[in-house]
Ligand binder design. Sequence first.
Ligand code: C2O
Ligand code: CU
Ligand code: CU
Length: 536
Amino acid sequence: MRRRAFLSGALGAAIAALYARTPYAQGDSHAMPMQPDASGMAGMQHDTMPAHAPLAAADALQAGAPLPALRTLANESREPGHFRATLVARPVARPLLPGQPDTLFWQYDAGAADPDRGKPVIGPLIDVHEGDTVEIRFVNNLSQPSTVHWHGLPVPPDQDGNPSDPVAPGAERTYRFTLPAGSAGTYWYHPHPHRMTAEQVFRGLAGPIVVRAADDPLASWPERHLFVSDLKLATDGTIAPNSMLDWMNGREGQFALVNGARRPRIDVTRDERWRVWNGCSARYLLLAFDDGRPFAQVGTDGGLLGAPREGVTLLLLAPGERAELIVRANAHASDAKLMAAQYDRRKMAMMGGSLPPDAAFALADVRFGPGAATPDAAASPELPARLRSIVPLGPARARKSVVFSEAMDMKAMHQPGASARAMPRGMHFLVNGATYDPGRVTLTSRRGEVEAWSIENRADMDHPFHMHGTQFQIVARERAGMRVEEPLLAWRDTVNVEPGETVWIATVQRDAGDRMFHCHILEHEDLGMMGTLRVT
Ligand code: C2O
Ligand code: CU
Ligand code: CU
């Protein structure tokens, strides 16, 4: 195992030396600062890079406020079937830590006329319908290039915010696409510029999308949105830069926020349909209630399941994944915590081996039971036994193989300054043996042809695979030669692959053009764990 050698050897020593010299050594055993260096990073923003302030305490942000509602992006079009709006990406200062300067986020909003700027930093919800033509003018008011990627949506390749289509600082462009029948589901949007995706997302750029179907069997259900994001905050109110370990394992701050709030309160007085987004850079969310109460899963990334999955007590959402749940109020009042339960994604340790899994923590406090306004919990709608029909994709006409691996270049890591740059040198996360090269096509597919892809993880930690432009179906998972057919027929665009595991998917691309596929740990993506699929 190359990684073990690398960790227990040179990097371990290098990190330990770096670590000992920093103020982080006292406060945060996981964080080591990387000094930004603009020479290798076009447009890198220096004014927002914090000095070496230690991380704020895990309770520095107030908890217990009611779950903030997401803002909604207003439709400026009066035409039926048409959604038109402006999204501006820009720095916004928000008071966060008492007695400290405002925290400078980068966020999406509708521009100067946006009346909701006091609302969560999460980008406004784009709430649209199948058949809609969506036209979004994107204005880049950042000091770096950016794009808007419509994660999971079947939009044309040249409208999908590929890294090859950057919007320069101060420039704008309009993204245009029509949402096909069958695309109803839970999606999100975020930047995708080459090597700057991780930073732009951790500074706040991400927002939810809901596409609705005219014949949605759950249309009458009260709906609640939980967009989970990650925040790593220093005591001086700045957003901390990535440490060496953040680059290696994927960034996890001391806060996992729901709709921008730490551990908010949710009152469930009727049965509800929840849409949950994992918008974190790298944090895995193993959703559970602390008292083990079951919920139902009714949807994945790409919309509803064929039938509700009742009795679910644990549901893993890898970074980038979404789910639709049914959470029931029950007739009697009770409290439970919505947890991110312990999940071991086998993060690397500094001196070799793996880090122990993070402790479980509460995402939200939920009060169940009939409320004063709705005294009768029985008023909740009936959950249909069938939700929609999903036809298995097939037969596959071609096979594709994707292999994730890690490799560490000792020489590069020992060059002076290797660990003193915004991106560390010598740390390689590979797809089919190579890091991302904008000039290279990794795989080629034919439009309309169903393919069987195997995604094999030969690395030592979990990596979530994501593909652009389409929803796929998991067919089987294979470990140590044991192949297990996937019991759940569902549409997804992101799937976790454990070390030593191979996940088989069925997939088809409908449009010609270049699509990205990558690990959705955004640091790994930026470090090159990404490929280009050319569809002809
Ligand atoms: Cu949400 Cu290319 O990713
Ligand atoms: Cu995507
Ligand atoms: Cu990864």
